[in-house]
Design a binder for this molecule. Structure first.
Ligand code: 3PG
Length: 305
């Protein structure tokens, strides 16, 4: 039984070691494809793989066609928009994610980026503090909850909206629940995005919504670039010199955004989940889920039908 770890952005070596131990303890074999640059390398590596562990690596119908022995793909992480679920189902391949395993890492990065932003990217000019500011968390899932926990330590006034999480569950976490996404944008000084990229959310953070932001507001995106209407946000940043956009996922129109000097920052490569701890948590969870599925047919965390 061959398990391939295919990661364009590799896990920390300590996480790969942990994955290897799990896989070998089950009597399986581990293969590693890291930092690949061509799709052809992935197509070649998956040929004889029975199981696949990926991160944001794209698993398309073409990859599934090439992977004749494949039974399971585990996305070591939360978002699985990089996997063609319909094609996987058609190929009889189970797809899983590892929810929650990297959420603290992403939440911590939110605050690393926010302090950097409110202190004017450390350019020497007086900035502002996070204490007392209204933070809006868009989607109260595992990352959103961790963001709320850390924001409380900063003394922020915390709001959240989640289309799928009832207001009382948000309030139970000590966070003000607002009635809509529109209310969150109108109310908060900082809006932190934690929505997945789905047909409904793609380009939903658009000109009209963002133009209701308060003076001096910041949008921080550690979710997905696809949720942003890039043209709309560029237009708005051009019209409103008070707004900032901070992101961990470089937009397609990065060069256009980069013109808003002092009001825009993107990490060069998505760094939210890139900690040893998150890599260990998500990577080993993925390995365990593969062993559980192959040996015992356990389908907990399956995301396709
Ligand atoms: C996730 O969905 O888990 C995060 O976006 C992390 O993605 P990455 O594994 O590509 O860093």
């Amino acid at each position: 039984m061959k398990v391939l770890v295919a990661t364009e952005k590799p896990f920390a070596p300590v996480a790969v070691e942990g994955i290897k131990k799990e896989i070998e303890a089950a009597g399986f074999e581990l293969a590693l494809l890291e930092k690949y640059t061509e799709k052809a390398q992935l197509l070649d590596a998956v040929k004889d793989a029975d199981a696949l562990i990926i991160r944001s690596d794209k698993v398309t119908a073409e990859v599934l066609d090439a992977a004749k022995n494949l039974k399971i793909v585990v996305r070591a992480g939360a978002g699985y928009d990089n996997v063609d679920l319909e094609a996987a189902t058609a190929h009889n391949v189970v797809v899983m994610n590892t929810p929650g395993q990297n959420s603290n890492a992403v939440a911590e990065l939110v605050f690393g980026l926010l302090v950097y932003a409110v202190r004017n990217f450390y350019n020497g000019k007086a900035g502002t503090e996070l204490k007392g500011k209204k933070l809006g968390i868009l989607a109260f899932g595992q990352v959103g909850r961790n963001v709320a926990r850390i924001a409380a330590g900063f003394g922020m006034d915390i709001y959240a909206y989640d289309a799928f999480c009832p207001a009382d569950a948000i309030e139970a976490a000590g966070v003000h629940a607002v009635a809509s996404q529109a209310d969150l944008f109108k109310t908060c000084d900082i809006v932190s995005l934690h929505i997945p990229a789905t047909a409904e959310t793609k380009q939903s953070i658009n000109y009209d919504l963002c133009s209701t932001l308060k003076k001096g507001a910041i949008i921080i995106n550690t979710a997905r670039k696809e949720v942003i209407d890039e043209a709309g946000l560029i237009k708005l940043l051009g019209e409103r010199e008070d707004l900032k956009y901070i992101t961990d996922i470089m937009p397609d129109a990065n060069d256009e955004f980069a013109k808003f000097e002092g009001r825009y920052f993107s990490t060069p490569k998505k760094m939210g989940a890139q900690t040893a701890e998150a890599n260990i948590n998500a990577g080993i969870a993925a390995a365990k889920q593969i062993v559980g599925f192959i040996k015992d047919g356990i389908t907990k965390f399956q995301v396709n039908k």
